[in-house]
Design a protein around this ligand. Structure first.
Ligand SMILES: Cc1cc2nc3c(=O)[nH]c(=O)nc-3n(C[C@H](O)[C@H](O)[C@H](O)COP(=O)(O)OP(=O)(O)OC[C@H]3O[C@@H](n4cnc5c(N)ncnc54)[C@H](O)[C@@H]3O)c2cc1C
Length: 519
């Protein structure tokens, strides 16, 4: 994957502004249909909400309580589809729901909800369906949960991903089908002719140079930046969601809990050998360029979780935290949690299409709607292919057999089992290229930091092949190391020095990148 700002020349069929999950699916889908596509992102791929999610590919059990059956069915259909077309990128994850004496939903109501959830997913295989457990058996799955008042619980199937890598794989897929995809390239102004949008002035954030990019159709998938335009501000409501990263708990399953403070649903989720605790959901009216985790967000989440844990987490246990903004359709619901997560396409009078709201899970289907809307005026009748085609890095063989072979090969190269599992999820069929780096230099099988299952060869491969421009691109999104470990200055410098020869960074650049990462 190479960045080439100068390739933004000539006339495109479609210009997409914003390289989060919506922009990435839109560009990939349009490129698959044969359109000449340009995708520009002002920062790094998935630099905003699409790397700050809960990383779940799910129907959203809680939306059943608000009778949003259509949304849940749509998301569950997409979940099943992504498990099929991207088994390396989206993998099953079971969730537990404990029922206590004071739980809002008792065993019966939960049973009804989970049966409906399975039905809306089209009654998937048993491994994805719900199961009931008596209290003692439930604790075998989640031995760290408080036992007092526990009546029992259920587990049910959903799925998980690495959000930033999902975006990156789609960008790679769009590039492979001829799209021009450039990160650190901002749309400064939309250009119109005869009242119709016909392109944009795009600035290269590396050189400061601008160029006019012509396109017959234009789409804005700019997420929270939608709210920076006066006209479009009225279409949306923003809410902030915070996650804390904590040490691993003794389980491979996630838990859905209800905060005792306010009755909101939150999750405890295993990810890369750590635990994600989130999320908050609070109306946001601040600067969309600087979304921060506040002490109150952290304390809310710790208190909510500690109500259910035998051994309490403290502030000192928090390894890292991150915040993102949800864009939702405008609503007058009293609390953002009650606002619909549904997505819509809006088209301005000048023909510019805007993506408003949505979910990581259902972005593929929504993007197909965007591309349909783009194809009509272009007179292109090609049907969408993104729903049936395996993702670009999906192995062609049977996934279980492929995984077993890759795992054995990784172990033969001295890569530990947990790192091997994450390697194949991260790289899919490109994992062989990482193996080649290890085969050439066996020390590269070592973990970058001992507590996180990410190896040095992975760091090098991402740096050389995945359009990395800054250290933070590499350490936050290509590998999410910045949120999985406490990286002090010396660890950051060691990472920067390891990749410096690949990116032609001199000592001064290394220092600058380390300083930016620390900030
Ligand atoms: C806390 C939280 C947890 C969530 N968890 C889940 C979950 O588990 N599962 C799920 O399905 N959904 C989840 N969601 C929802 C999901 O993350 C979002 O719907 C999705 O990431 C939004 O993607 P997007 O592409 O619209 O926006 P973004 O990812 O924000 O992308 C927009 C991009 O546009 C770029 N941009 C803006 N202006 C310009 C410009 N002028 N020029 C060039 N580029 C520009 C930005 O830099 C940005 O990268 C969660 C959301 C939040 C906030």
């Amino acid at each position: 994957m190479k960045r080439d700002f100068s390739a933004l020349s000539g006339e495109f069929d479609l210009l997409v502004c914003g390289g989060g999950i919506y922009g990435a699916w839109t560009a990939y889908d349009a490129a698959l249909r044969g359109l000449r596509v340009a995708l520009v992102e002002q920062g790094d791929w998935a630099g905003a909400t699409s790397s700050a999610s809960s990383k779940l590919v799910h129907g959203g059990l809680r939306y059943l309580e608000t009778f949003d059956f259509k949304l849940v069915k749509k998301a569950l259909t997409e979940r099943q589809r992504l498990l099929r077309i991207a088994p390396h990128r989206v993998w099953p994850l079971r969730f537990g729901v404990p029922v206590y004496d004071d739980s809002r939903n008792g065993m019966l109501k939960l049973k009804a909800g989970l049966t409906l959830y399975d039905a809306l997913a089209g009654f998937p295989p048993d491994a994805m369906r719900h199961h009931r457990f008596a209290a003692q058996n439930f604790l075998e799955h989640f031995p760290f949960l408080a036992t007092s008042g526990l009546r029992g619980g259920y587990t049910y199937g959903d799925a998980q991903t690495d959000d930033a890598r999902l975006v990156l794989e789609l960008v790679a897929g769009a590039l492979a089908h001829g799209a021009v995809c450039v990160n650190y390239a901002s749309v400064m102004t939309w250009v119109e002719a005869d009242g119709k949008v016909c392109g944009a002035t795009v600035r290269d954030e590396l050189s400061g140079a601008s160029r006019s990019v012509r396109a017959r159709q234009c789409v804005s998938t700019s997420g929270q930046w939608l709210a920076t335009n006066e006209a479009e501000r009225a279409w949306c409501r923003l809410s902030k969601g915070v996650h804390l990263v904590l040490p691993a708990l003794p389980t491979h399953e996630a838990i859905l809990l209800t905060a005792k403070q306010d009755g909101r649903v939150f999750f405890i989720i295993p990810w890369y050998g750590r635990t994600l605790l989130g999320t908050t959901d609070t109306d946001y009216r601040g600067d969309v360029n600087h979304v921060a985790v506040e002490a109150a967000d952290r304390d809310y989440l710790l208190a909510a979780a500690n109500d259910y844990l035998q051994s309490h987490w403290t502030r000192g246990d928090v390894i890292a935290s991150y915040a993102g903004l949800r864009v939702m359709k405008q609503s007058d619901a009293a609390h953002p949690s009650a606002a619909s997560r549904d997505w819509e396409i809006k088209t301005s009078a000048n023909g510019l299409h805007h993506s408003v709201g949505g979910k990581l899970t259902s972005a593929r289907e929504d993007a197909a709607v965007i591309v349909d809307a783009v194809c009509a005026p272009l007179g292109v009748s090609a049907a969408g292919l993104s729903g049936a085609r395996a993702l670009p890095w999906a192995p062609q063989q049977d996934f279980a057999a492929w995984s077993a072979g890759v795992t054995a090969r990784a172990q033969g190269l001295g890569i530990d089992a947990e790192s091997a599992l994450w390697l194949l999820r991260r790289h899919g069929n490109r994992v062989e290229q990482v193996f080649e780096l290890v085969a050439a230099t066996p020390q590269r099988a070592a973990r970058i930091v001992p507590e996180v299952p990410l190896i040095e060869a992975d760091l090098l491969w991402c740096a050389q092949d995945e359009m990395v421009l800054h250290l933070s691109d590499l350490l936050r999104r290509r590998l999410p190391l910045l949120i999985l470990a406490r990286l002090g200055e010396s660890r950051l410098r060691a990472c920067a020095e390891m990749i410096a020869p690949l990116l032609a960074w001199d000592a001064e650049r290394v220092e600058r990148e380390v300083a930016t990462c620390r900030a």
